[in-house]
Design a protein around this ligand. Structure first.
Ligand code: GDP
Ligand code: ZN
Length: 380
């Protein structure tokens, strides 16, 4: 790599529009020294990427370098939507962009990749979206309104490292929007709650003003039917329609049509909207449970025993809060359920834990068998 390729066609401003800030600039220094330029991943496919780079308009299809591929350990190391990457400066001849490195992610939304093996290694995680600042947790204020679901998506938002904002949608059909807002605030300590009607556009501007400033990166989470697409359309408007389809050449020179997954919104923010993010469940969001249930986490610190299981132990602060009515039994049950689900996923993905589980069950099995034999004899 030769040094010093001045790039007068890259206005620093357009990097800021993509979410660039002094922190990224600092992280990029070694790549800058190597003559590389920054770009942001706007679409990711199995083996092909689209990047926005200010020196090539509007977007460029990209591959990863042979060295990158060689050194990557698993899917989690490959570029994901929202990643900042280091690419070779444009030569101006339209040759494909080659990604040399991914800048360390600040945050990531991940999904367990099950038992997929890459080069013999079990791969736990696939990155669905990187470097997201804000996550809109959308719920509909209609017959489907469900606090437990809001708690779930809050855990997902926190686990992705994004600041959650609860968006109570369908205000136009809500019987008691204020009541639902108070209920949502109660399950989301410290989280902002906004009521909107994405369909009618009410409350969309305040949401944009408060959370979608220039260079901010957002995702929209929530169950099917709550109005995510309607909100995305209201936020992106014509922009989305115009940029949705990008024609790409894949690595074998075939034309494929791909959807841009990171969309620039009017007003300067960026929105990551992919099928993966849309269907992201709580599985694997265990890091998000503590912040999503900060009230319970804090109560548990006040239990007399540090290993209190909150099952009738003396001095249990959670039992006291239940008795006093300051903690709802539904919320506690919801926390337990999500913890079990997260633990289940952790076991399924961790070969060591899985082996340990198997040993444990085997031991239980043996002891049950011995017990039965003792009680009923061998011919039961
Ligand atoms: P998604 O599955 O979360 O993407 O939800 P959609 O955006 O597809 O919306 C599901 C349904 O709810 C559609 O029929 C929308 O028209 C409707 N919807 C979305 N937002 C609103 C709203 O603010 N008010 C009302 N009354 N309906 C809405
Ligand atoms: Zn306790």
């Amino acid at each position: 790599m030769t040094m010093e390729i001045p790039n007068p066609t890259m206005p620093a401003d357009s990097l800021v529009d993509l979410g660039w800030d002094p922190g990224w600039a600092a992280a990029f220094l070694p790549f800058d020294a190597a003559g590389l330029v920054p770009a942001r991943v706007v679409a990711a496919h199995r083996d092909a990427w689209v990047v926005a780079r200010p020196d090539v308009a509007p977007d460029a299809s990209a591959t990863v370098s042979g060295r990158f591929r060689h050194e990557a350990y698993g899917p989690g190391d490959f570029p994901a939507v929202g990643d900042w990457v280091a690419v070779a400066a444009s030569t101006g001849d339209g040759s494909p962009t080659v990604i040399q490195a991914v800048l360390p992610r600040r945050t990531a939304f991940t999904r367990s990749a099950g038992e997929e093996r890459v080069a013999g290694n079990l791969v736990a995680e696939q990155v669905l979206a990187a470097n997201v600042d804000v996550a809109f947790v959308v719920a509909g204020m209609d017959g489907d309104f469900n606090l437990r679901r809001i708690e779930r998506y809050l855990a997902v938002a926190w686990s992705g490292g994004a600041t959650p904002v609860i968006v109570l949608n369908k205000a136009d059909v809500a019987a008691d929007a204020d009541g639902l807002r108070v209920a949502a605030e109660a399950v989301a300590p410290g989280v902002e709650v906004l009521a909107i009607s994405a369909l009618q556009g009410d409350g969309v501007e305040p949401l944009r003003d408060a959370h979608l400033g220039r260079g901010r990166t957002a995702v929209v989470l929530g169950s099917s039917g709550v109005g995510k697409s309607t909100l995305v359309n209201a936020l992106a408007g014509a922009e989305r329609q115009r940029t949705a389809a990008v024609r790409e050449d894949d690595s074998k020179g075939r034309h494929t049509t791909t959807h841009r997954e990171l969309v620039r919104l009017p007003g300067g923010a960026l929105l990551i909207d992919t099928p993966g993010i849309r269907s992201l469940g709580v599985a694997g969001a265990s890091d998000g449970l503590d912040p999503a249930f900060a009230d319970i986490t804090e109560l548990a610190l006040a239990c007399r025993f540090s290993d209190c299981r909150h099952a009738a132990e003396p001095g249990c602060a959670i039992a006291a809060a239940l008795a006093a009515g300051t903690l709802s039994p539904d919320r506690l049950a919801s926390h337990r359920k999500l913890e079990r689900e997260a633990a289940h996923v952790a076991r399924a993905n961790d070969p060591l834990l899985r082996a340990e589980e198997r040993r444990k069950w085997k031991a239980i099995h043996v002891s049950v068998n011995q017990h039965m034999r003792h009680k009923y004899g061998d011919d039961r």
